[in-house]
Write a protein that binds this ligand. Structure first.
Ligand SMILES: Nc1nc2c([nH]c(=O)n2[C@H]2C[C@H](O)[C@@H](COP(=O)(O)OP(=O)(O)OP(=O)(O)O)O2)c(=O)[nH]1
Length: 137
């Protein structure tokens, strides 16, 4: 089974959404930056690495979102770990996605998300984002 780590990046009350390039699986749909966990790495480490690869930025990874982990998708069965994440420098190089948007929780439904990201979206809407990434954890 494919194991995936995804970053729910929070900044000033907004969440970073990325649009997958057309030619990729799930192309044209929106997702949280991330990708497959590699051999010998934890999901949290993969989350950090993918943010660096896809956005060119360092980040701080906080806790896991308490949502379902296993999803049946058109691309097979996936285990996805979503992590609350904060960028440390905001030097975004938009390398991996075709487009990015910072969305308020109330605006998340304005883009078409991958099906397996939807539990995370629901949870985000119910969460006080200030609390999630405060305390310098
Ligand atoms: N990053 C991410 N992937 C998601 C989300 N929701 C969801 O279903 N996925 C799926 C899409 C893909 O099938 C899989 C992620 O794998 P990927 O192909 O993007 O991984 P990767 O970046 O390592 O890709 P590659 O190097 O093989 O191109 O997880 C999400 O919110 N974020």
């Amino acid at each position: 089974m494919k194991q995936v780590a995804a970053a729910v990046i929070v900044s000033e009350g907004k969440i970073l959404a990325a649009k997958r390039k057309k030619e990729r699986l799930g192309g044209g749909f929106w997702e949280f930056p991330g990708g497959k966990v590699e051999l010998g790495e934890t999901a949290k480490e993969a989350c950090k690495r993918e943010v660096k690869e896809e956005l060119g930025d360092e980040c701080q990874v906080y806790g896991r979102l308490p949502v379902k982990r296993t999803y049946q998708t058109p691309y097979g069965e996936l285990t996805i770990d979503f992590f609350w994440t904060k960028l440390l420098t905001k030097n975004l190089h938009l390398v991996a996605a075709s487009e990015y948007r910072w969305l308020k929780p109330t605006e998340l439904a304005e883009v078409k998300w991958l099906e397996a990201s939807k539990d995370a979206l629901e949870l985000i809407k119910q969460t006080d984002l200030e609390k999630v990434i405060s305390n310098g954890k």
